[in-house]
Design a protein. Structure first.
Length: 219
């Protein structure tokens, strides 16, 4: 079978628009996932048993079910409860809830890397717990988890392809539409894979730089 790249050349602007949607959904999911992760860490330290129980249930559900199913639940099940969420927002919510569970573990690991003496010194100076968290703990944790957080972003970029199942017109969905019009799946899928690879390769380069920066920071 001969590959005919003229179809891909004509479809590149269309695929590029889908790429922008993929990046936008992934960036928003990472930001919201980071906020969810911080909330989960704080919730697990709460003195309220009900909140801790809800956090444990959330973590168990996210870890024990496929992301594919979580996306379907957010988009199809929530409307039954009166929450009609558009495709893009539903996809971002599903990705961020899934990512938040894993980011919380990154944050927990970062907290363990902070010398206890710093916190004891801050308490000795009379700083409140909330102020210690904002001024000392959280900034250091964010620096320490930057490399794995970038890898999480790479995972979100690849996982965002699952959003095509709810009809979100991101990169994978656009590729499916092009194939439906041209009937040239090899060329289109190879090009789509190349676009994902370029995004992930660029993030990989960023990750390596962040790892060096984080190592210098720890020193």
């Amino acid at each position: 079978m001969t590959l005919e790249w003229k179809y891909v050349t004509q479809a590149l602007p269309f695929l590029w628009e889908g790429t922008l949607v993929t990046v936008a959904a992934s960036v928003l999911a990472l930001v919201l996932g980071l906020l969810v992760g911080i909330f989960v860490v704080l919730g697990r330290r709460s003195r309220f048993k009900v909140l801790r129980g809800l956090i444990i249930a959330y973590m168990s559900v996210v870890r024990g079910t496929p992301l594919f199913i979580q996306i379907l639940i957010v988009y199809y099940a929530l409307p039954a409860l009166g929450l009609d969420i558009p495709r893009f927002e539903a996809g971002v919510i599903a990705l961020s809830l899934n990512s938040g569970a894993y980011i919380s573990e990154m944050i927990r690991g970062g907290l363990m890397a902070i010398p206890k003496g710093q916190l004891d010194a801050a308490k000795a100076c009379g700083m409140r717990s909330s102020l210690i968290w904002r001024r000392i703990t959280l900034p250091q944790v964010l620096v320490l988890i930057l490399p794995p957080l970038t890898m999480e972003f790479t995972g979100l970029l690849k996982s965002s392809a699952l959003l095509s199942v709810i009809g979100l017109v991101e990169l994978t969905r656009r590729a499916q539409q092009v194939i439906g019009e041209t009937l040239r799946s090899p060329e289109v899928w190879l090009t789509t894979a190349a676009l994902y690879f370029v995004m992930c390769f660029a993030l990989g380069a960023v990750t390596r730089r962040l790892e060096k920066s984080a190592a210098a920071y720890r020193l």
